[in-house]
Design a binder for this molecule. Structure first.
Ligand code: KG4
Ligand code: ZN
Length: 346
């Protein structure tokens, strides 16, 4: 098999990204060009992502980022073998911008188009960064998703658990807002928690004890609101204590939920050779306390804990390019040029 080169495009949320990735015949991946433009500054005055602003920002930035990614790879468009663009799930305005751009370029350059599921991109990244083999478990924890997924092969995923209400990143963002901390809330809550007492508030640990592997975080958010309301005025120390107690509740919840997931993996693959792996992805995977919890849990259960570099855990186009390459290498067909973007695509 020849080396394969692909251009990837990601526009599903508030990061505009383009990347060129190479797959060597032996299956190794190599990032040739990778550019991401965060729209954080444009959305932060509103305390969250504004879909209309996001779509316009993608339109403004995407062409230049694609040029830059190709330039870094030192390739003309004719030098790539295919184009991969995120076609869902996500904000429809952004998806339309990225997918239409990918289609137009595929048509003009006579290249195949791969319409990639954003979650598949997250799921397969660890094969690029760590050369993982199937099957493995992936925990995706971002602003929009909280899922535990069994990754069995390219295009072969089983969702073992998902949130029944808020995503974990959303819970961090809402907690930050309640505490008067800036957006995005995750890093702010993590920083505040460092000087707080994690045992001051006994926050609930939703779903703990349930056999199904789902998550729920809205009750935790309510408990945080009640704690803050009970303490008017709220001092800086109170904020730190609430943040630390919140993070501890999340930590303990993940420990129990994911612990159950690891056990289920053992039950489903009793003959698994070597150490199985748990991969984390999504912005919340940047949280050091949660990482440590998962690392300890994995060590205790004989699993490898795989955390790709933060840059590849959060939204990027490398993962979209790589998912396209995986499909090509597996001999899966490209998509027709009338493929439609899907805001919801489990
Ligand atoms: O994957 P991501 O960059 O974007 C999408 O949601 O697609 O994730 C962003 C989310 C936000 O909710 C943010 O608050 C959260 O990840 N986050 C964190 C941390 N850094 C980012 N949550 C907890 N601790 C962090 N250090
Ligand atoms: Zn994502």
């Amino acid at each position: 098999m020849e080396p394969l080169r692909i251009l990837g495009i990601e526009t599903s949320c508030d990061e505009t990204a383009a990347a060129v990735v190479l797959r060597h015949p032996d299956g190794r991946g190599e990032i040739l060009g990778d550019v991401v433009l965060s729209q954080l500054d444009e959305h932060s005055p509103y305390g969250g992502v504004v879909p209309e602003i996001a779509a316009r920002a993608h339109v403004d930035a995407l062409d230049g980022l694609i040029r830059e990614a190709l330039a870094r790879a030192d390739l003309p468009l004719s030098g790539v073998d295919a184009i991969a663009a995120t076609s869902g799930p996500g904000l429809i305005g952004g998806l339309i911008v990225g997918l239409m751009t990918g289609k137009a370029m595929a048509r003009a350059a006579g290249k195949p188009l791969y319409a990639v599921n954003h979650l598949e991109g997250h799921a397969l990244t660890a094969r690029l960064t760590d050369g993982l083999t199937f099957p493995y478990l992936m925990l995706l924890v971002s602003g929009g998703h909280t899922q535990l997924v069994l990754v069995r092969g390219v295009g072969d995923y089983v969702r073992w658990g998902t949130t029944i209400d808020d995503a974990l990143g959303e819970a961090f963002d809402k907690t930050a807002k309640l505490l008067g901390l800036p957006y995005p809330g995750g890093p702010a809550v993590e920083a505040a928690a460092l000087s707080g007492d994690p045992k001051r508030f006994a926050f609930p640990r939703p779903m703990v004890g349930e056999t199904r592997l789902d998550f729920s975080f809205s009750g935790l958010k309510t408990a945080v609101r009640q704690a803050a309301e009970g303490l008017q005025p709220v001092s800086e120390q109170d904020v730190s204590d609430i943040a630390a107690s919140f993070q501890r509740a999340v930590s303990r919840t993940l420990e129990e939920r994911i612990g159950r997931g690891l056990q289920r993996f053992r039950d489903e693959f009793p003959a698994f050779e070597g150490r199985p792996a748990l991969v984390v992805a999504g912005g919340v995977a940047a949280n050091k306390a949660l990482r440590q919890t998962l690392l300890d849990l994995c060590a205790k259960n004989g699993f490898d804990f795989v955390a790709p570099p933060i840059r590849l855990c959060t939204d990027n186009a490398v993962m979209i390019a790589w998912a396209g390459l995986e499909r090509m290498a597996a001999g899966l067909p490209a998509d027709p040029l009338d493929v439609q973007p899907r805001s919801r695509w489990p």
